[in-house]
Write a protein that binds this ligand. Structure first.
Ligand SMILES: *[C@@H]1O[C@H](CO)[C@@H](O)[C@H](O)[C@H]1NC(C)=O
Ligand SMILES: *[C@@H]1O[C@H](CO)[C@@H](O)[C@H](O)[C@H]1NC(C)=O
Ligand SMILES: *[C@@H]1O[C@H](CO)[C@@H](O)[C@H](O)[C@H]1NC(C)=O
Ligand SMILES: *[C@@H]1O[C@H](CO)[C@@H](O)[C@H](O)[C@H]1NC(C)=O
Ligand SMILES: *[C@@H]1O[C@H](CO)[C@@H](O)[C@H](O)[C@H]1NC(C)=O
Ligand SMILES: *[C@@H]1O[C@H](CO)[C@@H](O)[C@H](O)[C@H]1NC(C)=O
Ligand SMILES: *[C@@H]1O[C@H](CO)[C@@H](O)[C@H](O)[C@H]1NC(C)=O
Ligand SMILES: *[C@@H]1O[C@H](CO)[C@@H](O)[C@H](O)[C@H]1NC(C)=O
Ligand SMILES: *[C@@H]1O[C@H](CO)[C@@H](O)[C@H](O)[C@H]1NC(C)=O
Ligand SMILES: *[C@@H]1O[C@H](CO)[C@@H](O)[C@H](O)[C@H]1NC(C)=O
Ligand SMILES: *[C@@H]1O[C@H](CO)[C@@H](O)[C@H](O)[C@H]1NC(C)=O
Ligand SMILES: *[C@@H]1O[C@H](CO)[C@@H](O)[C@H](O)[C@H]1NC(C)=O
Length: 656
């Protein structure tokens, strides 16, 4: 697919002159204030360049996906017990009539497998998904001021075992973990990163913690990526994802040089994560086999967790130790004559991999002012190497799965593993990691910020319509899911006609009526982006910068999306109780206990009952509460011509 064949010269000129893209003179910033911000640790041995390190006492190798890693299993022994008290407190606040929380928890607290196992999932959708997801995460976080008030959902995060995310959702989750499991509240109050008023084409504001001038920012992107390509531990091949992931790091990680040494595997050593006080973050990407252009539903889904990267799909069906993925594995082993290479799993690169569709915005660089020729030349060089058609790949050379599972692994005979945006297979909610039978998740809170809806003559759409749920449901009926069951899900018309894309809905309430498989899938609580106080359907590619006021309004809207306006939305006064019922549903069943009447009422209200609607009217939602004032005159968003052209160019991937 030639993404830019639709991008006319005039569209690009108009983009370049757009008021959002201000030309700025390179200048030297004042020194940053001394700041003891807490963050993940810079563990890479040599900045952005992977380097040979001493091997651990057990030589790294590729393992089969037939079980959870030993590290995850050990971590779960800390995490599951640590969820018990937050879950108890959450359920007490949820106030489910007729359900004795204290008794239930006390009866089962010594056997955590009997208790609910909760996961959160944040969809892709660029900055829209980052911000809507951030609002929901803030609502679920008991550290957010007032989040544990009546009608709210604070503590769900602390009661969760896993937090999966992809693409723009992955920027949000990655940023929280990169900054030592900070809170959304602290991030936006501190206001040092998440400075989205400056797009990636401008670099961070120079009066903030970042010390680099605009020119130095671009030079830094090129220099660090060059250091990777020149590393004697290689050869490593750069993709646009490297440059773009470096840019992302400046927006998302609070370190003055754009955090070149911060690795995803270093999250292992974060205080909150390692002690079991925070859930496990998991980012998702898809494999795009060599020579494939379109990513299909049977593409292999990869995950990155702090310990490993790999796939449960019956194709690759293996995992590599994340810290050492730059090493020259073959046939599942690291040959004795090969050193251990660390530093490949740079945090920005991993976040960039999951969101690689955004590589495309770097293809339009030449239309921006003040982009130095060193960066333009570097990008041209990459394109000459890999070809324009493949501009959205992230290059994992050396392929850790070379010679591994030869019969089924599509990249078994390739030195290069190419991964793309986790939403390119239409599964824009990262459900794959949290529906794996081995993880035994009971309920997934799935925040959907996809841009699905299509209404003729109305460009300001970008609302979800259930497409991501439908995609995973369809995949569950194919061999690539190896009989991993999933709830039944109706088509998009039903989502729209019954309002499932405007307010939360539950799928899979009846655990015995699900797609074929050997396991009971989690109940899915689907939480669609909808307009409460702000038009949160901002364009994925058409809006690449947000003023501080817009950023905060998006987050506030996301908070209301998750809490249904703190349970003030019509008919939602029992929302926390219903969330509590979704949490305990599978656990009650497992323990042979009856469902409280209050929960039956919730299930009648929120569960899809099998009704199918064949045709829906165009979806044009009203604002649910009064709009917040962002003082910038932003109304319902109309994308600029660049956004429209880019959206047309990526049609087929519109939902991301
Ligand atoms: C991370 O936060 C924890 C508390 O949540 C704190 O104990 C720890 O020192 C912090 N780590 C760093 C590197 O700042
Ligand atoms: C723990 O709970 C599970 C689910 O109810 C049950 O199958 C298992 O037997 C229990 N284990 C123990 C040791 O009680
Ligand atoms: C928390 O709630 C109190 C009273 O309801 C209010 O005065 C305060 O502004 C709220 N704080 C935040 C940060 O929302
Ligand atoms: C990867 O890098 C090596 C060494 O720089 C180069 O020879 C090779 O052509 C590159 N491969 C691709 C696919 O770009
Ligand atoms: C990080 O945590 C791992 C366990 O997950 C441990 O083996 C390793 O020694 C730690 N590294 C550092 C630098 O603390
Ligand atoms: C996906 O399915 C198509 C047919 O539906 C098949 O041609 C292709 O080989 C499959 N790809 C993988 C990776 O299994
Ligand atoms: C498929 O799943 C079954 C269990 O359901 C498991 O035994 C088998 O190893 C899996 N195979 C692959 C290739 O995933
Ligand atoms: C997989 O393929 C590689 C190279 O094609 C070969 O060296 C290796 O022995 C094969 N592995 C198995 C288990 O057949
Ligand atoms: C739902 O979204 C998909 C993806 O954009 C689109 O193809 C489909 O037409 C939409 N369906 C409805 C009913 O809105
Ligand atoms: C819900 O509560 C949060 C936190 O106190 C607040 O920021 C938000 O504005 C509230 N929303 C409504 C609709 O009251
Ligand atoms: C099922 O849901 C539909 C749509 O919400 C509703 O009209 C219908 O009455 C429900 N059926 C039952 C049996 O509850
Ligand atoms: C199972 O669920 C599907 C979809 O909701 C429905 O059509 C079917 O009738 C259900 N089957 C049973 C046995 O309840």
């Amino acid at each position: 697919m030639k993404y830019f064949s639709f991008l006319t010269a005039s569209a690009l000129t108009s983009l370049a002159s757009s008021s959002a893209i201000v030309s700025r003179e390179a200048r030297v910033a004042p020194p940053p204030e001394v700041e003891s911000w807490k963050r993940a640790t810079p563990q890479a041995p040599n900045g952005y360049a992977p380097a040979v390190v001493n091997c651990p006492s057990t030589r790294p190798s590729i393992r089969s996906a037939d079980r959870l890693s030993q590290q995850e299993t050990e971590w779960l022994q800390k995490r599951r017990p640590a969820t018990v008290d937050p879950m108890r407190e959450f359920l007490v606040r949820a106030d489910i009539a007729g359900f004795d929380v204290g008794k239930y928890i006390d009866n089962h607290k010594d056997n955590t497998t009997a208790l609910p196992n909760v996961a959160l999932a944040f969809s892709g959708g660029g900055y829209r998904a980052l911000l809507n997801g951030a609002g929901a995460l803030a609502a679920f976080d008991n550290r957010t001021p007032n989040a544990t008030n009546t009608g709210q959902l604070g503590g769900l995060l602390q009661a969760s075992t896993y937090v999966a995310a992809l693409s723009g959702g992955g920027w949000m989750v990655g940023s929280i973990y990169a900054n030592n499991f900070t809170t959304v509240h602290d991030l936006i109050n501190k206001n040092e990163i998440w400075q989205f008023q400056n797009s990636l084409f401008e670099g961070p504001p120079t009066n903030q913690i970042q010390v680099l001038s605009t020119a130095d920012y671009f030079k830094n992107l090129v220099d660090t990526v060059t250091s990777k390509m020149d590393s004697p531990a290689g050869p490593f091949n750069a993709s646009i994802t490297d440059y773009y992931g470096r840019g992302l790091s400046f927006q998302l990680i609070d370190a003055s040089d754009g955090a070149p040494s911060f690795t995803f595997s270093s999250i292992q050593n974060d205080t909150d994560f390692s002690s079991g006080n925070a859930p496990m973050p998991i980012l998702v990407a898809d494999e795009r086999s060599p020579n494939d252009i379109i990513v299909s539903l049977n593409a292999t889904v990869f995950e990155f967790n702090p310990f490993e990267m790999g796939s449960f799909d019956p194709t690759t069906y293996g995992f590599a130790p994340l810290k050492y993925i730059g090493s020259n594995f073959s046939n599942g082993e690291l040959p004795q004559d090969q050193g251990c290479v660390a530093g490949f799993d740079n945090l920005g690169f991993v976040m960039g991999t999951s969101s690689s569709l955004f590589n495309q915005i770097f293809l339009s660089l030449s239309s921006f002012k003040n982009i130095p020729s060193i960066l333009l030349n570097a990008i041209s060089g990459v394109l000459a190497d890999i070809g324009k058609d493949k501009n959205d790949i992230a290059d994992y050379t050396p392929n850790p799965f070379l010679g591994y599972n030869n019969a089924t692994n599509p990249s078994a005979d390739n030195r290069r593993l190419t991964l793309v945006d986790g939403g390119e297979d239409l599964q824009n909610i990262p459900l794959n990691p949290v529906i794996q039978p081995m993880r035994q998740v009971d309920v997934v809170f799935a925040v959907d910020s996809s841009a699905d809806t299509v209404v003729a003559d109305d460009p300001s759409q970008n609302w979800p319509n259930g497409t991501a749920m439908v995609a995973t449901y369809q995949r569950a009926n194919t061999d690539i899911m190896n009989k991993t069951s999933f709830p039944y899900v109706p088509g998009q018309d039903t989502f729209i006609a019954l309002g499932f894309n405007n307010r939360p809905a539950f799928f899979g309430c009846n655990s015995s009526n699900v797609t074929q498989g050997d396991n009971i899938p989690p109940l899915i609580v689907y939480i669609p982006n909808s307009p409460y106080v702000f038009w949160s359907n901002q364009s994925t590619f058409g809006k690449l910068d947000y003023t501080i006021a817009e950023r905060n309004a998006m987050i506030e809207n996301g908070y209301d999306v998750a809490t249904q306006a703190n349970s003030t939305r019509e008919g939602a006064s029992n929302w926390p109780a219903c969330v509590g019922c979704a949490i305990i549903s599978r656990s009650l069943e497992r323990n042979g206990e009856s469902i409280p009447d209050a929960c039956q009422k919730c299930f009648t209200q929120y569960c899809w009952n099998g009704t199918i609607v064949e045709n829906s009217a165009p979806y044009t939602p009203e604002m649910i509460l009064a709009a917040v004032d962002t003082k910038s005159g932003v109304g319902k968003f109309v994308p600029n011509v660049f956004g429209l052209a880019l959206a047309a160019a990526v049609s087929g991937y519109l939902m991301i």
